[in-house]
Design a protein around this ligand. Structure first.
Ligand code: HPA
Length: 235
């Protein structure tokens, strides 16, 4: 069913959706990895494509940045398009000194500073958690490629630029073992649980809040391939 955000009709979207934040990354996934590609959405330029990967039907669609954006798109995928598996492929900022740029993080769970679940659970704390089978398969796929991924909890923040020029209190999160920061997974895992579907976030470290190291857009594009190969292995 078409919505104000996604003009796809029932059947246009595969049961498995790869979801980068950037819609042009969804186009890149379709152009690079998929065959027989059909574009199903361009509303708000939130590009979505369905094609075949080694004979398996799969879609790629952008989520946009932040919890409200990914929440709208994923809830509609679950509710109107019978999507059964969503794999977010994104970037993150490292909170731990042992995490270096281009390392891969498998987000087993997602803390958040967002009010998204406060409203839903009326002040009680829900623990947004990835699907265990996807965590296990992603870990094994990475190790088979000679990559040792970091598996643990991350922070999904609403505050990319911090508050009044100060960083978000990342050292506190770091003390409690949080690996890295992004802006979407707490909503993805919550909505996936609500609809009984599988979800996982794979992240490449694009910058470090500890060392202040950053990466260029070209470097990020190259590092994206390793993460994508893991994602495609587990669809
Ligand atoms: N903050 C939030 N999201 C991010 C970051 C960050 O530093 N790096 C990559 N995604």
């Amino acid at each position: 069913m078409a919505t104000p955000h996604n003009k796809a009709e029932k059947g246009h979207i595969a049961e498995t959706v790869l979801m980068p934040g950037d819609p042009l990354r969804a186009k890149f996934i379709a152009d690079t990895y998929l065959e027989n590609v059909v574009k199903f959405n361009d509303v708000r330029n939130m590009l979505g494509y369905t094609g075949l990967y080694k004979g398996t039907r799969v879609s790629a669609m952008g989520s946009g940045m932040g919890i409200p954006s990914i929440a709208i798109y994923t809830e509609e995928l679950c509710k109107f398009h019978d999507v059964k598996k969503i794999i977010r492929v994104g970037s993150c900022g490292a909170f731990q000194d042992y995490l270096k740029v281009f390392d891969i993080v498998i987000a087993m769970s997602a803390c958040t500073d967002s009010a998204f679940n406060d409203r839903r659970f009326q002040g009680a704390t829900y623990a947004p958690t990835a699907d265990f089978q996807l965590v296990r398969k992603a870990y094994e796929a990475a190790v088979n490629k000679g990559i040792e991924p970091y598996v643990g909890t991350i922070l999904a923040t609403d505050l990319f630029y911090g508050i009044e020029g100060e960083d978000i209190p990342w050292k506190l999160w770091a003390k409690y073992g949080v690996l890295a920061v992004e802006m979407e997974s707490a909503a993805l895992y919550t909505i996936a649980a609500r609809y009984g579907i599988q979800a996982l976030t794979l992240l490449t470290v694009s910058d470090s809040l500890v060392s202040k190291q950053e990466t260029t857009p070209e470097e990020r594009e190259r590092s994206f391939h390793a993460m994508m190969e893991i994602a495609l292995d587990i669809i």
